[in-house]
Design a protein around this ligand. Structure first.
Ligand code: UD1
Length: 352
């Protein structure tokens, strides 16, 4: 059996690693890894391959950045000949990035089976590019691997037959469970014992100057009570500089490698973010998470986990932060099947 994996952007790498690894123990499975090159900076890509021990990609499409249309089209154009040449039995796509939907569309037109890992998540907000990617990828996929029960429900509501849906748990948590012990030896590099860890990169938060300025002001206010560490996505750094905004005494860093970031999350007093994956990682770690969004495609992080949506409301951020600092942060539990074995379940289903 010939399985071809497609990855492209930072949040894909911790999802593919456990599936690749689990499939290795099935001798009749041959694997091909394709990197679209959507993320190309060493600290958004190469360092993740090293730390997660992902083999070098067999093929790199090197598409780079561009508008959504251009980037998606470039991936499709470069990926189609690869599929025609390699003739995979199934192509696995991960998450909700442009590389995911582009590869799924190519395969659907060629009649190649598609498996979607992390299927069924919905924010119900079509202004998010990722929501469009999720909806389309799930319609195109032949096999849908969901991380939680809400995913199954969303897919069935959209008319996906139940026999295509497999609830396997959260592959990203597999990587976390495996690598968390390695972060225990890390030094704190001069960080205080209590700090807020911040990430920010959603277009809705960073592409508009007034919105970004408002968020930075709220963070500067947080910084009066709690040291703020802020590894900034290249998009965010670029916008801060384009708009000429001040980051005052916030500790701005370059994007961090997987292990360094995981260690920082595990020890954080609070995480303030607009990322999808970080809402899940903090829920697993039991660390309070204040999410700078109005909605989430990961509702179990709210119903079961430590996540609270604060939107862009500075008052809500202030009051939730006060609860955290008073030791009254929301307590959570780990959702079912977020147990470090999701990749093995996918491999078992695929390899029979
Ligand atoms: C993408 C995903 C998003 C995910 C995020 C994680 C889509 C629609 N979005 O967003 O879901 O949460 O990755 O990082 O696929 N850039 C660099 N170096 C790189 C890559 C990008 O500097 O290696 C800069 C470029 O200026 C580029 C911008 O970041 O234009 C945006 O990159 P892109 O891949 O289009 O989307 P992300 O914002 O990273």
């Amino acid at each position: 059996m010939n399985v071809l994996h497609v990855v492209g952007a930072r949040p894909n790498f911790m999802k593919v690693a456990p599936v690749l690894n689990a499939l290795k123990s099935h001798q009749h499975v041959a694997q091909t890894l394709v990197h679209t090159g959507q993320h190309y900076d060493a600290n958004l890509s190469d360092v993740f391959f090293e730390q997660l021990r992902i083999p070098a990609p067999d093929i790199n499409l090197a598409v780079g950045s561009g508008s959504h249309a251009r980037q998606t089209a470039e991936i499709m154009t470069h990926f189609e000949p690869v599929v025609l040449e390699r003739k995979p039995d199934i192509v696995l796509v991960y998450g909700d990035v442009n590389s995911t939907v582009a590869a799924a569309l190519v395969c659907a037109k060629l009649g190649i089976r598609v498996g979607h890992v992390e299927a069924g998540l919905r924010s119900f907000d079509r202004t998010m590019p990722e929501e469009i990617n999720r909806l389309l990828t799930d319609q195109l996929a032949d096999v849908l691997y969901t991380p939680s029960e809400d995913g199954d429900r969303n897919l069935q509501r959209e008319g996906i037959p139940p026999e295509k849906i497999f609830r396997v748990g959260n592959v990203m948590i597999d990587s976390l469970v495996k690598l968390l012990p390695l972060t225990q030896r890390q030094s704190m590099n001069g960080l205080p014992e209590r700090y807020a860890l911040v990430t920010l990169h959603r277009p809705a938060n960073v592409d508009d100057s007034a919105t970004l300025q408002g968020i930075l002001q709220s963070l500067l206010e947080v910084n009066r009570d709690l040291f703020v560490v802020f590894p900034a996505h290249p998009r965010t750094r670029q916008r801060i500089s384009d708009f000429g905004l001040s980051t005052g005494r916030l500790q701005l860093l370059d994007p961090l490698p997987y292990l360094d970031f995981l260690g920082l999350q595990a020890r954080a007093t609070v995480v303030i973010t607009d990322s999808g994956g970080i809402q899940e990682e903090t829920t697993y770690l039991g660390v309070p998470c204040l999410t700078l969004r109005q909605n989430t495609e990961r509702p179990v992080t709210i119903t079961l986990g430590t996540n609270v949506l604060v939107g862009r409301d500075p008052d809500k951020l202030r009051s939730e932060l006060a609860l955290v600092l008073a030791g009254k942060a929301k307590k959570g539990t780990v959702p079912p099947l977020w147990d470090g074995h999701a990749g093995e379940r996918i491999a078992a289903l695929l390899a029979g």
